[in-house]
Design a binder for this molecule. Sequence first.
Ligand SMILES: [Zn+2]
Length: 277
Amino acid sequence: MLATVYTGRPAQQGGQEHDKVRLVASFYPLYEFASRVGGDKASVSSLVPAGIEPHDWEPTAQDRLRVSDADILVINGAGFESWAGNMEAKVVVDTSQGIDHGANPHIWLDPVIAKHQVEKIREAVIAADPANEDYYKKNADSFLTELDQLNSFIKLQLADCEKSDFIAFHDAFAYFAARYGLTQHAIHDVSPEGDILPQKLQQVISLANQLGINVIYSEDLVDSRLADTIAGEIPGGRVLVLSPVEGIKQQEQDAGIGYIDKMRENVANLRVGLECR
Ligand SMILES: [Zn+2]
């Protein structure tokens, strides 16, 4: 005999989700920006899972389905999502549109450009759900204010430093460096993955010695051994993290750590390497 079990749950769940604007963001910073704008009137998910490096990520058939089901696909643009052109999305928001950028896609690491990205998302969400325009504007404004404050904070923190050169793990901080009058050097090119030739390692070590740099930056989602090796070849060498905020691990997201926190940590670690007062 089978007993009937009453779970107390309705037969179908998620009915309310259909009232929300459905956004799929490509990877972490866009996910956070979209979540901040959409608030509780949007359901936002990220294609690249939490804590996964997005550079070499490729969508699965299931990801394509998620995108075609969504109202809006939010991408960084500037060439970061090489797969985006093959997606069937109702609306694609390319947040790099209208920004004067080169071949380097890491625009989100400049808080001033990030503001533009947030504004592009705001426009798209309002177009999809005009009835809640005021709500989305208010959400966006509050995040835009935080980005303004971050920009002022960084300027202040980096105002009086001994050095202006730093060695990043990969070429992610070009826009950041340009914004704050710094010079970025990098171990890896535009992606943090792949092999490094011994000659390149030697070059980085020579450069560090030449410039009197003793902090080598690693990242939060990569193996730090390469940075450790370089630091080991430099007098007083040490490794600190400079996060490109390309992904935030789930446990950190659960603890409420986001873009602004990561950027503030970056600034604290840059202050060590640049010998700021
Ligand atoms: Zn990158």
